[in-house]
Design a protein around this ligand. Structure first.
Ligand code: ATP
Ligand code: ZN
Length: 288
């Protein structure tokens, strides 16, 4: 049985549970329970605050954890990484940035010298200041950091930003991004149990399958046989497309292929120009 620490309630919770569900792993226990056995996989889930997960994984209480890269980075104070980073999961994307009042004359990191910086990420800010050989007073605040300048608790802030609308609403402007973050799977660095490792590999294969499927679409169309080569060049398929003849005697074929979603509209237009008709695009649930 593998034990995984996930965020009990917060921005990562629903997406994490939904990812696990797509991996065939379901939970059905009451929300108040902190430790529960998953169905469909030898996995136990520990629901905790995200900040506690790095320590739980480092110490081996949990074998795995899912957190934001920002949380791992904040917990890593020594040179040695405290947990292994196994996968980036693509959700919970945000950045950690400095922000200052709108009229602040920001001239680069040196502007931080001798200021008061409010943040929930004192270790990351300390590392940044050391790197730039600066000294500033770190004011640690656990929430609503963006209020600090207005309350005169700090001159600038260093906080999580996703769209920037919270900063703007509080009269602040983003001045310097210091890290980008998304959710990741972390592992205990000293794990040596053979069966657990095998199950972690199985889980990662399923996660990879879900992530890969999310980025791909299944495309089907009819086209004149003569257009096949052009269509193959247009389709950014994972493999050779499948090609099937339509009615006997017809010069038309059906083409099926897997294609990357981010090329989707552009690709559709080119396919039509190449003579394709009845182009269907459907989501893929799993890939293995
Ligand atoms: P906890 O109670 O577990 O300590 P928290 O308040 O520290 O929760 P959340 O606000 O739930 O944390 O955010 C969890 C993670 O989601 C953050 O560590 C970060 O990686 C990511 N995150 C934070 N803000 C955003 C955002 N606006 N958009 C996307 N992801 C975000
Ligand atoms: Zn937290």
């Amino acid at each position: 049985m593998i034990r995984m620490g996930i965020q009990k309630s917060g921005r990562l919770t629903d997406k994490t549970l939904s990812l696990l569900k797509k991996c065939g792993i379901e939970l059905n226990w009451s929300k108040n329970k902190l430790l529960g056995q998953a169905q469909g996989f030898p996995l136990e889930l520990l629901m905790v605050r995200d900040d506690d997960i790095p320590k739980l994984v480092e110490s081996g209480v949990c074998d795995l954890g899912i957190i934001g890269e920002n949380v791992l980075s904040e917990a890593t104070t020594n040179k040695e990484p405290l947990c292994l980073k196994l996968r980036q999961l693509g959700y919970g994307k945000c950045r950690l940035s400095f922000a200052a009042p709108k009229d602040f004359n920001w001239q680069g990191p040196s502007s931080l010298q001798d200021l008061r910086v409010a943040t929930s990420y004192p270790n990351i800010v300390k590392k940044f200041l050391t790197q730039y050989n600066l000294s500033a007073k770190i004011v640690e605040i656990s929430g609503s950091v963006e209020l600090a300048p207005a309350l005169n608790i700090a001159d600038v802030v260093c906080d999580i930003v996703s769209t920037g609308s919270t900063l703007q609403a509080n009269g602040l402007k983003e001045t310097k991004e210091i890290m980008q973050s998304q959710s990741i799977v972390i592992q205990n660095p000293n794990l040596d149990d053979h069966d657990k490792k095998k199950n972690i590999d199985r889980l990662l294969r399923r996660i990879d399958g879900v992530l890969k499927a999310q980025n791909n679409k299944y495309v089907m169309m009819n086209a004149p046989r003569a257009a096949l080569q052009t269509i193959k060049e247009i389709l950014p398929g994972m493999e050779e497309p499948s090609v099937m003849p339509l009615d006997e005697g017809s010069d038309k074929i059906a083409i099926h292929a897997v294609c990357q979603e981010d090329l989707f509209w552009e690709t559709m237009e080119k396919l039509k120009e190449a003579g394709a008709s009845s182009v269907l695009v459907v989501p893929i649930e799993k890939v293995i």
